[in-house]
Design a protein around this ligand. Structure first.
Ligand SMILES: [Zn+2]
Length: 342
């Protein structure tokens, strides 16, 4: 990117009520069959226009094409039985009924490539596409086949690489892997988590990103955050390994979080998507609040490597709040951009 401080969002954006029940995650679709395909495409057009109008530089599908950032990808794979469900603790935090791995996992056809081609056809702006990361995928399943978290993660990494190569060919500029699990399972991150992520990006020429956050603004996550104390140092555990990895961009939660900004020094040299929008509150940031967060980050990130973004996805928010937050992000980035070029 030649533009200084290009803005983007971490992931999902609210869905219109005619597509799915609004303001919740895992929301069921309101339509089916051909009507659903058309509605998803229409919602994608709308979210794209909203991002463009708000002045977002790197745009996405706002995840209008998927029900959930992890499950929808897994639904398209062989080896996972969605009828056979077990209750597991997701990210050691909250219980959920999840599908079971019953055999070797494989991808028999592409998952999001047609959706990405559709997005590519709608805009000339740089586009970012999100995929779940291998560690976050295994954390959302019950494994009755491999019986090894690491082995299953390597299998998913291979599958993600197949999908990523096709997304790149479809014209995606940045492929992002969502790895909130990197903030929880520190030993695994260092033993094989970052390595499986690198397997997922093997051979890609487009830019790659990893998004590590403290989750959506849902109750289970908000309760968990209350137990983390006044300083959140989770990033410290994964950063040294990520700094040495071949991932280009690291996407972080910084707005209203208790993450000490100086931890970002540990990934010096990487491009950093700085979350300058809090997704766990309906209060819309002022442009000056966004600018302040970006200014603090600039102490630890070179200006040409700073990408203003949101803390996480905004699917659970109302559309008007999300729009307001996108505008605040652009306005805050514009203030700092002007300061840097003055
Ligand atoms: Zn997130």
């Amino acid at each position: 990117m030649t533009l200084l401080l290009p803005t983007s969002t971490a992931g999902s954006l609210p869905k219109p009520s005619w597509l799915a029940e609004p303001e919740k995650i895992w929301s069921p679709w309101a339509l089916e069959g051909k009507q659903l395909i058309e509605a998803k495409q229409d919602a994608l057009r709308v979210t794209l226009q909203e991002q463009a109008q708000a002045g977002i530089d790197i745009v996405s599908d706002g995840e209008q094409t998927r029900q959930h950032f992890v499950t929808t990808f897994i639904e398209h794979l062989d080896g996972v039985d969605f009828k056979q469900r077990e209750t597991v603790k997701i990210r050691d935090r909250y219980e959920a009924s999840v599908p079971t791995v019953v055999g070797a996992v494989s991808r028999t056809k592409s998952v999001f490539v047609d959706d990405a081609k559709f997005l590519r056809a709608q805009t000339d702006q740089p586009i970012k596409w999100a995929l779940p990361g291998p560690m976050t995928m295994i954390d959302t399943l019950y494994d009755n086949h491999y019986k090894s978290r690491e082995e299953l993660a390597w299998e998913f990494a291979k599958i993600l690489n197949q999908e990523a190569r096709e997304l790149e060919a479809a014209g995606v500029d940045i492929i992002q892997f969502d790895e909130p699990a990197f903030n929880v399972f520190f030993d695994d991150v260092n033993d094989w988590g970052v390595a499986t992520l690198e397997r997922a990006i093997e051979g890609l020429k487009c830019e790659t990103a990893v998004h590590i956050c403290y989750g959506y603004g849902i109750k289970a996550n908000n309760d968990w955050k209350k137990t983390l104390g006044s300083e959140w140092r989770q990033y410290e555990k994964a950063f040294p390994k990520l700094q040495q990895s071949s991932i280009d961009i690291i996407s972080l939660e910084c707005q209203n979080s208790h993450v000490p900004m100086d931890l970002i020094e540990l990934i010096r040299g990487k491009k950093v998507m700085i979350g300058a929008i809090d997704v766990a509150t309906d209060t819309i940031e002022t442009a000056e609040e966004v600018a302040n967060t970006l200014r603090k980050a600039l102490q630890f990130v070179d200006a040409d490597k700073l990408y203003p973004s949101t803390n996480c996805g905004m699917a659970p928010l109302s559309r008007s709040v999300a729009r307001g937050k996108l505008e605040a992000l652009s306005a805050g980035a514009a203030i700092v951009r002007q300061e840097l070029t003055a």
